[in-house]
Design a protein around this ligand. Structure first.
Ligand code: ADP
Length: 269
C-alpha cells in the first residue's frame, strides 16, 4: 500500500536546516512511501539526527527520538505497567506511541541498546509491521504513517549484528559521512554564524586532523565539533581557544597527542 501524503511538499526551508551531501532526501522519502525501515550509518556528529529531524518536518510527521544507551531494554521501548495511586496502569513506551500514532521513531545509536530490543524490532521491521506487547498479550499493527529509523556507527559492536539477515535486508541503508568541504563550509557559515574566511580556516584544520594517523585518535573531529567551535567564536573566543576547547579536548586525553594537535591548530588558525 502506498502512503498518502498530507504534507509531502512541505517546503524544505521550513524544516530544521539540513544540507544534503547526496541523494539521502530522495532515498528517505522513497523508503517512507514504501513502508521500509531505514538504517542510517555514519560516525558521530555527521548530521544523522539533524537529517531525521529535517525529514520528519518535510514529511509532516511527528518525530519520537530515543537516545539509546546500554541500559535501554525492550520494555523501555514498548512500555510497562506502573503503579499510579494504588492502581496498576499500562504506560506506552516511545516505540509503541509512534506505532499507534503514525510517527517516525528514531532509535539513535541503537547499537548501544540491550540485545533484547531486537525481539521487538524484528516483527516491526519486516513485512509484518507488528509490535508485540508481550506483557499485555497484545499485538499492534503499525499505523500506515509509522516509520522506524535506526542510526549507528558501523565501527562499533552492534545490536544490528543480532538482527536476522532477513530483517536487515528489508531495511534501507543510507551511509552518511562528514559532508564534503564546500558543503561543510556552507553549514559552518549558516549554522555556526562565522565569516566565510573563518569557515575556510576551520575546514582546513578539520581536514588536517581527519588525515592524521588513525592509530593516534579513536575518532576524528566531526561536523558537530566544528559547529561548536564556530559558536564559541561567536561568543567572543579567539579561533585558537575555541578550536582547542571544542575540537581538540573531546578527541582524546593523551597529553602528547594533545600537544601535537595544538601545533596543528596553530598552523591553521
Ligand atoms: P549525529 O546525529 O550524526 O551525531 P547531528 O545530527 O547531531 O549528528 O549533527 C551535529 C550538528 O552538526 C547538527 O546539530 C548541525 O549543527 C550540524 N550538521 C551536521 N551535518 C549537517 C548538515 N548536513 N546540514 C546541517 N547541519 C549539519
Amino acid at each position: 500500500m502506498q502512503v498518502a501524503f498530507s504534507a509531502d511538499n512541505a517546503p524544505a526551508d521550513e524544516a530544521p536546516y539540513y544540507l544534503p551531501s547526496g541523494n539521502e532526501v530522495e532515498v528517505f522519502t522513497a523508503a517512507y512511501r514504501q513502508h521500509l525501515p531505514l538504517m542510517l550509518k555514519g560516525p558521530t556528529g555527521c548530521g544523522k539526527t539533524r537529517f531525521v529531524e529535517h525529514m520528519a518536518a518535510r514529511l509532516g510527521r511527528s518525530l519520537i527520538t530515543v537516545a539509546c544507551h546500554e541500559d535501554i531494554t525492550a520494555a523501555d521501548l514498548v512500555g510497562r505497567y506502573l503503579l499510579q495511586g494504588g492502581d496498576t496502569v499500562w504506560v506506552d513506551g516511545p516505540l509503541t506511541r509512534a506505532v499507534r500514532s503514525g510517527a517516525i521513531c528514531y532509535l539513535d545509536e541503537v547499537v548501544e541498546a540491550r540485545a533484547d530490543t531486537t525481539v521487538v524490532i524484528h516483527p516491526l521491521a519486516d513485512h509484518r509491521r507488528e509490535l508485540i506487547l508481550e506483557r499485555r498479550a497484545e499485538q499492534l499493527t503499525a499505523h500506515p504513517y509509522f516509520m522506524l529509523v535506526l542510526s549507528y556507527n558501523p565501527g562499533y559492536q552492534s545490536v544490528l549484528k543480532d538482527l536476522k539477515q532477513s530483517t536487515r535486508q528489508r531495511m534501507v541503508g543510507i551511509e552518511l559521512g562528514y559532508p564534503p568541504a564546500e558543503r561543510e563550509h556552507q553549514i559552518l557559515v549558516r549554522e555556526g554564524g562565522v565569516s566565510e574566511a573563518q569557515a575556510t580556516d576551520l575546514i582546513k584544520l578539520a581536514q588536517a586532523i581527519r588525515q592524521l594517523d588513525a592509530s593516534l585518535l579513536p575518532e576524528v573531529c566531526s561536523t558537530r565539533t566544528l559547529v561548536s567551535t564556530a559558536h564559541l567564536i561567536q561568543a567572543g573566543l579567539s579561533p585558537r581557544v575555541a578550536a582547542t576547547a571544542a575540537m581538540l579536548q573531546p578527541l582524546c586525553d593523551d597529553a602528547v597527542v594533545q600537544q601535537g594537535l595544538r601545533e596543528v591548530v596553530e598552523t591553521y588558525l
